[in-house]
Design a protein around this ligand. Structure first.
Ligand SMILES: [Zn+2]
Length: 281
């Protein structure tokens, strides 16, 4: 564990980029092998806006990274934050640290984005993808990247996370997000079992269903336990799944970078509530 922490404390930017690009490439290839849906779409054309928004997300996080590092240094120097107070063995601090960063920096950030209208308008860009695949993972409007950065900084402060734990968390977060957005079909049993620990592809796809109440479920990114604890866990049959947001049906507009950038500043259109028949899958 010590050597893992040493590695992440000083992880070079090139390795971080490799994790991101390597992850997308890997899941992209798996999508060809075992697709969940046989989309009739041009994979590269579809990927372009998503890659553009991934790049803006990287730039924003890179420019603001010093705030995260300063916050982390301050918590460690002043022994502030949950894991600083508890003084657990290293492995337990790492596990608890990653779990709490996931809760506050991802689950809570995501939940609040769904509950607060102006924040939802930014997050909407992520939800307007009609073909959810691994490139959708970081399809975040620059405004959303900033909102998420604020929550991550808050999480680091509450957790008292040293740099090593933050870097490990961010690396896991990137790969897990690419994994649970990937258009891949795992054997149902396997998907079910892993969804007890981490957010599986089937679990996250429910969140991308085009109507409420499903859009407001399964907010998790790394660990599935948060949705189970807070009662926001839901299932839906694959055949009932339709991606996107029903009040934003224009596929062309939803793949146009210029229009997507302006989307948060246009009028609010609430999604419709439409429950599908109860399923036990
Ligand atoms: Zn969402």
């Amino acid at each position: 564990m010590e050597s893992i922490m040493n590695y992440f404390e000083t992880i070079p930017s090139s390795h971080r980029s490799l994790i991101l690009v390597g992850g997308i490439t890997f899941f992209w290839l798996v999508e060809y092998a075992v697709p969940l849906f046989k989309f009739r779409y041009k994979k590269f054309k579809h990927a372009w806006p998503n890659i553009f928004f991934t790049l803006t997300t990287i730039v924003i996080n890179f420019v603001l990274a010093f705030i995260l590092l300063k916050t982390s240094d301050w918590t460690v120097a002043n022994k502030f934050g949950v894991i600083q107070w508890l003084g657990l063995p290293l492995w337990a601090s790492v596990l608890l640290g990653v779990a709490l960063l996931d809760l506050i920096g991802a689950w809570l950030a995501h939940y609040v984005e769904h509950m607060v209208k102006p924040l939802w308008m930014f997050h909407l860009v992520h939800h307007t993808d009609h073909h959810v695949d691994t490139t959708t993972a970081n399809r975040h409007h620059p405004g959303e990247s900033i909102i998420r950065f604020v929550f991550t900084t808050l999480a680091v402060l509450i957790v008292g996370a040293p740099v090593g734990i933050i870097m490990l968390y961010q690396s896991l977060s990137v790969v897990l997000s690419q994994f649970n957005h990937a258009n891949i079909s795992l054997p149902k049993k396997v998907d079910d079992i892993i969804s007890w620990v981490i957010v599986s592809p089937d679990m996250h796809k429910v969140h991308h269903h085009y109507v409420l109440p499903y859009t407001d479920t399964n907010y998790g990114n790394i660990f599935s336990i948060w949705d189970r604890i807070f009662g926001t866990f839901a299932k839906i049959r694959k055949d009932d799944l339709i991606y996107g947001v029903d009040t934003y049906p224009d596929v062309d507009a939803n793949s146009n970078i210029g229009k997507l950038l302006k989307l948060p500043f246009l009028g609010y259109r609430p999604p419709t509530v439409k429950k599908v028949k109860k399923s036990n899958s």
